[in-house]
Design a protein around this ligand. Sequence first.
Ligand SMILES: Cc1cc2nc3c(=O)[nH]c(=O)nc-3n(C[C@H](O)[C@H](O)[C@H](O)COP(=O)(O)OP(=O)(O)OC[C@H]3O[C@@H](n4cnc5c(N)ncnc54)[C@H](O)[C@@H]3O)c2cc1C
Length: 398
Amino acid sequence: MQKQFDVAVIGAGAAGMMCAAVAGQRGKKVVLIDHATKLAEKIRISGGGRCNFTNINAGPQNFLSQNPHFCKSALSRYTPQDFLSLMKRYRIGYHEKHKGQLFCDDSSEQVIAMLKAECDLGNVSWRMPCSVANVGKDGDLFRIDSSAGEILASNVVIATGGLSIPKIGATDFAYRIARQFDLDVIEPQPGLVPLTFDAAAWQPFLPLAGIALPVEVETGDKKNRGEFKEDLLFTHRGLSGPAILQISSFWKAGAPLSLNLLPEIDVVSTLIEGKTSVKKNLGNVFAQWLPTRLAHGIIEANKLDPAARLADMPDRQLRNLGDAINRWTILPNGSEGYRKAEVTLGGIDTRELSQQSMMSKQVNGLYFIGESVDVTGWLGGYNFQWAWASGTAAGLAI
Ligand SMILES: Cc1cc2nc3c(=O)[nH]c(=O)nc-3n(C[C@H](O)[C@H](O)[C@H](O)COP(=O)(O)OP(=O)(O)OC[C@H]3O[C@@H](n4cnc5c(N)ncnc54)[C@H](O)[C@@H]3O)c2cc1C
């Protein structure tokens, strides 16, 4: 078995396969190493099995990082249109679902097969399943101690992703290698994750589990503010749905969330105007706007009677009720953690890497790509776009 390569890519997920294919097709001798038994499990389960593989509107504004400018170079050199051209070459059908999010018509397995075929075109060698015990550097050569024996390479690309979903093989390998070579790591945190609440405080909301509705949600201060208009889902442990997954990446422990449960209606003024009609009561007005269980939950939480007539209620009471709907402020006590998080915030500090090549500024030949780096996309295909773009940037630079 061949032992020495131009490039060893560790992690055969989205970014690793892209990088290996690009480097291989440029004539580099590439080996792709992964400890999993099943290839690219995260791509397979993504987008409910249909892989939201990019977002046509993807740009630097859709990413979180300590350095928001870092991602610009790679994203501008490998765009969503570039990935679409690849999909078209492989005749993989896709459709837009919502806000520029592109999904496969059939299955995410098609994306995996396409990337595998691209690696084959680049004559990429595979070591899988194969675990890596150590990566050392001897002069210009990296020595990788692996379960498939020693592998020597002039360049090593770390593409082992973040900590999300340990059950399917996520590890802290990238952070360990970074620290071993004295590179800074921004503390990782779960992102795109459901938020939880104190069990006793959440008790009154338990009957609402399963209810979904479009909301506006915001958190943060002027410097780091998140604002999204998406669907909210009540769960048994707290809140989820796209609105909460998006805002979770901006949420800081101890900070409240502000939710507008009826973004299209100014509830205070509509309730006060409604006082002119003798027939209108809280129950029937709210039932027009909100799912019945939620409408009753809010009325009861405010210790009011659904049969109460608007005309008989003081403005102060209606104002409180309106605020509870248009400006509901809640304090999460945590998140569901890496078990449920779609991504990992933080990672290899971008100040350590070249934005053109993704190579370490300190360690010649050592690259980090994909989710291992402190660049995290919003929900909606952005994280794969970063994997394709950063993988291509490294693949072209090696
Ligand atoms: C449930 C779910 C759904 C998602 N849906 C979407 C979506 O629809 N659209 C989107 O844009 N993003 C989505 N994401 C996020 C997206 O999957 C990731 O951001 C993306 O896969 C990151 O690519 P990566 O190559 O950096 O890492 P990964 O794809 O995670 O690949 C890392 C690879 O490294 C391997 N590895 C890890 N540790 C080691 C080790 N120690 N030794 C050897 N190999 C190792 C793993 O086995 C894996 O194959 C989703 C994530 C989850 C969890």
